[in-house]
Design a protein around this ligand. Structure first.
Ligand code: SAJ
Length: 444
């Protein structure tokens, strides 16, 4: 089938859409194309997830407005079929790939899931099909991994017998359907005509800008937008460290710097977690490494990855000063285990790093987080008898904390604030010894 024929089938909603990977990216997009009138075949290797979806139920954790209802609707109407069998994709005119693309401890992506998907899809790839990678991948991955694998397994020739594209997702847990609808997308195609067909396809579900491009541009934009955030957070963190040693107050300095036109210093904090920001910086560095001597990206990663260690140093200094005992005799309460406020997601959590560092010093560590199963419960019970409370996540529940009650529950009244949830005045009024990221001891 030629691209014009595919475009016509898309315009008539007659194209069959396949989606490989029915996680928090793939399942919402499969539902949205089904809702737009396409026949959609969703594929996942997890049989239990497929069974849940076939029952019209939602396997995605967390609060996702509208998703459960949409799954029930499109499965009930027979618009979305879920399967573990790649044979189901034989009829697919368009196939989206939404599988995980993690990096290893050396920050190198290996793409096991992506390669497995291409291997299995190649064996059933329909003539004239358009394969679109939505997963976040390093610049050059469509050219270096996806295209060669699909060609070799299918025996088809790119841009003659099939087409490829990259259209990176911009979803946000908690706003999966909203972001899918309202965030602009880069439609990177293996040819300009392919990109135009991608724009027509996504126009059926996206209300925002759809920008045609080539594949490597799409790969660069996605990794760059998150690397940009990582570098900017690292700048805020380094400024905070400079404030600490010079007796400045990062929040006040930031407020005044941001009065300068074109400045927007982000927030310093206890670390940078999540599954996007830390990983995507490495994907960009990895992809660009062969092209340019990138230094800033890895330096920013080192700054941000150091912040939990900085928190550990602040805790150790405050506890040993306050108790006269070594940190090894201390019990420390870590407030917040998710990577982000009002979230239950603990992927790459800075608190996990902090807890390990404190335990390496033989300190006893107790963890509290109202959002994370296993760590919820009464905060004051959890911190009772501790020699310090360390705030790592700015959950609303923590910002509303009664500091006098916190002080009464602690064995030693020490509060280390990794997110500036409080002020020194509030802490001191409650009788707490207080240190915070970006707040140096007053230099007279
Ligand atoms: N963080 C700081 N200082 C800041 C902002 C964030 O320390 O000023 C920390 C957070 O505490 C967290 C980590 O960085 O540990 C990541 O926070 P995030 O606000 O960037 O949230 P993410 O990881 O969910 O990033 C997502 C990304 N969205 C997509 O990939 C589609 C990112 O591109 C968005 O910019 C970000 O959400 C957003 O703006 O909410």
């Amino acid at each position: 089938m030629s691209l014009p024929n595919l475009r016509e089938k898309i315009d008539r909603r007659q194209a069959v859409v396949g989606v490989i990977g029915l996680g928090y990216v793939g399942l919402p997009v499969a539902c949205r194309f089904a809702q737009a009138g396409f026949s959609v075949i969703g594929l996942d290797v997890k049989a239990d997830r497929i069974a849940t979806i076939c029952a019209g139920k939602n396997p995605i954790e967390g609060i996702e407005p509208g998703l459960a209802e949409l799954i029930a609707q499109v499965v009930g109407e027979g618009q979305l079929h879920a399967t573990t069998d790649y044979a189901g994709l034989k009829q697919a005119d368009v196939v989206l790939i939404d599988v995980e693309t993690p990096v290893d401890q050396d920050h190198v992506p290996h793409y096991e899931a992506l390669k497995a998907a291409c291997q299995s899809l190649g064996a059933v790839l329909k003539d004239g099909a358009l394969v679109i990678v939505e997963s976040t991948i390093a610049p050059g991955t469509v050219a270096g991994v996806v295209r060669p694998l699909l060609q070799s397994v299918s025996g088809k020739v790119l841009n003659r017998d099939f087409y490829v594209g990259a259209c990176p997702e911009r979803v946000m847990p908690g706003r999966l359907l909203a972001n899918l609808n309202s965030m602009s997308r880069v439609c990177g195609g293996s040819t300009p005509e392919t990109a135009e067909v991608m724009v027509a396809l996504y126009r059926t579900i996206v209300q925002a800008d759809l920008d045609p491009a080539d594949c490597v541009t799409a790969e660069l934009v996605k990794t760059a937008e998150n690397a940009y955030r990582d570098v900017n957070i690292a700048f805020a963190n380094e400024l905070a460290l400079a404030c600490e040693v010079t007796g400045g107050d990062f929040l006040r300095v930031r407020e005044l710097v941001n009065k300068s036109p074109g400045r927007n210093v982000l927030l310093a904090g206890a670390g940078v977690g999540g599954h996007c920001i830390p990983k995507d910086s490495w994907l960009l560095a990895r992809g660009a490494n062969g092209l340019a001597p990138v230094q800033l990206l890895s330096a920013a990663r080192a700054v941000n990855d150091h912040m939990p260690a900085h928190m550990a140093d602040l805790v150790r200094k405050m506890v040993e000063e306050a108790t006269g005992r070594d940190i090894a005799q201390a019990r420390v309460a870590v407030l917040g285990y998710a990577y982000l406020e009002e979230s239950d997601d603990t992927r790459n959590s800075p608190s996990e790093v902090l807890a390990a560092l404190l335990r390496n010093w033989s300190a006893e560590v107790v963890i509290h987080d109202p959002w994370v199963p296993g760590y919820e419960g009464d905060l004051f019970d959890r911190v009772r008898g501790c020699d310090a409370a360390v705030l790592m996540v700015a959950h609303r529940a923590y910002k509303a904390l009664d500091l006098a009650r916190l002080k009464a529950a602690l064995r030693t009244p020490v509060l280390v604030d990794g997110r500036r949830a409080f002020t020194a005045e509030q802490a001191q009024a409650a009788g707490l010894r207080y240190r915070a990221v970006g707040l140096g001891p007053r230099q007279e």
